[in-house]
Design a protein around this ligand. Structure first.
Ligand code: Z5A
Length: 206
């Protein structure tokens, strides 16, 4: 039996990392075998690429380099971890995936979407998530939540307009892919967000 591939997206501070753990527990209670992973990252090589991508110590990188490194990390992650786990019937929960490249490098940085689609086809062929949870909230609230945790990374130093464009791109993708997208209103308090997440998961499983 094939597993399922579920991705978690949104601007920073939306609660992906918090809620992915709740979903993992709910699925485990229902007897599913879970793999929790993230992008960029998820394997030793992809995590090393992540360190380069998020570093504030390195000089600013060209936006094409950033996009290509995201897909290099993804190629390794997909071939070495995601596809083998799905083939074993596991449910793979991934904190960000290719939609983040469309939102951040496409919407945020302004790279031509056709170039991102070319890389997506090259690295993934027709492989896409079965379900995507989008934690949607305004960028000001998300950034202030993310910053309240302390240390920021290279992306979190961008201006608010960068994050507004990212949010708009995510909402556009959600409208275009309503069969797999589940939009969670992450503006609410944590208990209310968790309720939406639980209800959505139950509807997926029923
Ligand atoms: N990136 C890219 O550009 N292109 C790509 O293709 C990919 C990624 C794959 C990865 O960083 C960066 O890489 C990311 C995009 C880029 N940009 N940045 N930065 P990351 O993985 O380190 O960071 P992140 O993905 O943005 O996650 P995050 O900042 O950790 O946010 P989150 O996971 O959505 O939120 P959280 O950690 O669950 O919650 C943040 C805080 O808010 C925390 O203290 C919570 O307790 C609190 N919280 C959560 N929900 C609530 C509610 N509902 N109310 C109040 N407080 C809450």
């Amino acid at each position: 039996m094939l597993g399922r591939f579920i991705t978690f997206e949104g601007v920073e501070g939306g609660g992906k990392t918090t809620n992915i753990k709740i979903i993992a527990e709910l699925l485990q209670d229902k007897g599913k075998n879970i793999v929790l992973t993230r992008e960029p990252g998820g394997t030793e090589i992809s995590e090393a690429i992540r360190d380069i991508l998020l570093s504030k110590e390195l000089p600013a990188m060209h936006q094409d380099t950033e996009l290509l490194l995201m897909f290099a990390a993804r190629a390794e992650h997909l071939q070495k971890k995601i596809l083998p786990a799905l083939a074993q019937g596991k449910w793979v929960l991934c904190d960000r995936f290719t939609d983040a490249s469309y939102a951040y490098q496409g919407g945020g940085r302004g790279i031509d979407i056709k170039r991102i689609a070319t890389l997506e086809r090259w690295v993934q062929n027709d492989f896409r998530p079965d379900h995507t949870f989008l934690f949607d909230l305004d960028a000001e609230t998300g950034l202030s939540r993310a910053k309240s945790r302390g240390e920021t990374d290279r992306f979190e130093q961008e201006d608010i307009e960068f994050f507004n464009r990212i949010r708009a791109k995510y909402l556009e993708m959600a409208a275009q892919n309503s069969d797999r997208y589940h939009v969670i209103n992450a503006q609410h308090n944590l208990a209310q967000v968790q309720q939406q997440v639980t209800d959505t998961l139950n509807s997926i499983l029923s």
